[in-house]
Design a protein around this ligand. Structure first.
Ligand SMILES: NC(=O)c1ccc[n+]([C@@H]2O[C@H](COP(=O)([O-])OP(=O)(O)OC[C@H]3O[C@@H](n4cnc5c(N)ncnc54)[C@H](OP(=O)(O)O)[C@@H]3O)[C@@H](O)[C@H]2O)c1
Length: 338
């Protein structure tokens, strides 16, 4: 089968089109003919071995997210049948419940082989059926970015109607969070670097917006939007530079979902505020398979369509990696498997 893989040595120059034997499903396994993949922030970093132990061993097929047609099933498989479409879960062994060391290490696209292959052979426990209303490109975006937003707001955040949520940026995770939060009846403020993107998030239902380039000290302005009460929940994708602003506008007892470190990984903030405001810092790392299924049920109920920015051909994987690094995209970047 045709694959993209990092082979011989780490480095983007060692990411190449290559071939591997076609896989055959054993008992309890499912064979997917891959139809589409989608790119996350992490995918261009893994081939550089810059994602710690999650980069895994070589050769490695990159990219965690995708969707395929079930074309063969092994003995005893009941979760899917031939002809279904299914997404591989990001964490193959985190089915439900609390995370543990094993559950958080078995992720696709590093250390396990990812979706940039013609076929994937997976345990039936590690795949989730996708509904008909989603296109292949839309379905390919669900396992990481969408589930991360869902885990932050629903599984860990328990967000309720009328709560005030602040979302940082208009990236993949952020736009899913906006869609889910509106579905759940929350009041949503989005901060973005771009007036054009601000218009687009308003069209998607954002109630309030702030341009964080024009207002670098946006914490005070954001708090004012809540009549001084502060936000019940903030989705942190910035980290080092944004956390101090978030602490200025979170309400006492509010939750900060720690998702990304786009502005740096160090903690350079007043820890006292976290204590005196009894703020909850909740780390989020994607989520479990049962969460993915619950999210897909909710999306189906409301016919939520992921926002797709652009589609690249299979052969143009490296171009898609360059594109995600520009930050120009509004929504997900997908790969067509042809
Ligand atoms: N913890 C997890 O499980 C998990 C899962 C997925 C992703 N992540 C992480 O979450 C982050 C975002 O991922 P993504 O897939 O959504 O990325 P993405 O689609 O590339 O989006 C990045 C967006 O973040 C916004 N941004 C960047 N710097 C910012 C800052 N200083 N303040 C506010 N917003 C800022 C920008 O929005 P504007 O263009 O609107 O300014 C940018 O477009 C990454 O660090 C990624 O590694 C974590």
């Amino acid at each position: 089968m045709r694959v993209f893989q990092v082979e011989g040595a780490w480095g983007i120059e060692h990411l190449k089109m290559s071939a591997r034997p076609d896989p055959k499903p054993g008992p309890g396994q499912v064979l997917l003919r891959m139809r589409a993949s989608s790119i996350n922030y992490r995918d261009p970093i893994v081939p550089l071995k810059a994602y710690g132990s999650q980069s895994g061993e070589l050769p490695l097929i990159p990219v965690s997210d995708g969707v395929g047609d079930v074309i063969e099933i092994g003995a005893g498989v009941t979760r899917v049948k031939v002809g279904d479409r299914a997404c591989p879960a990001y964490f193959q062994t985190w089915i439900s419940g609390e995370p543990n060391a094993n559950r958080l290490t078995q992720s696709l696209g590093g250390p396990l082989d990812g979706t940039m292959a013609e076929f994937m052979c997976l345990s039936e426990e590690g795949v989730v059926k996708v509904p008909e209303y989603l296109t292949n490109f839309e379905a390919s975006t669900l396992p990481c970015a969408a589930l991360t937003a869902w885990s932050a707001l629903v599984e860990c955040g328990h967000i309720r109607p009328g709560e005030q949520l602040l979302i940082q940026g208009s990236g993949g995770v952020a736009l899913f969070a906006l869609q889910f939060a509106k579905m759940l009846g929350a009041h949503v403020t989005v901060i973005s670097s771009s007036d054009e993107k601000i218009e687009r998030v308003k069209a998607m239902g954002a109630d309030e917006t702030i341009n964080y380039i024009e207002t670098p000290e946006w914490g005070k302005a954001a708090r004012a939007l809540t009549d001084g009460r502060g936000f019940d929940h903030i989705l942190e994708v910035g980290g080092e530079k944004t956390l101090p602003q978030s602490l200025r506008c979170i309400r006492p007892g509010g939750t900060l979902s720690m998702i990304g470190i786009l502005s740096g990984a160090a903690m350079s903030t007043s820890l006292g505020l976290i204590i005196t405001r009894q703020v909850r810092l909740q780390g989020i790392t994607v989520g479990h398979r049962d969460g993915l299924e619950a999210m897909i049920r909710a999306m189906s109920q409301h016919e939520i369509h992921p926002m797709i920015d652009r589609v690249f051909d299979f052969e143009a994987l490296k171009e898609s990696f360059e594109y995600i690094k520009t930050g120009q995209q509004f929504g997900k970047i997908c790969i067509s498997h042809g």
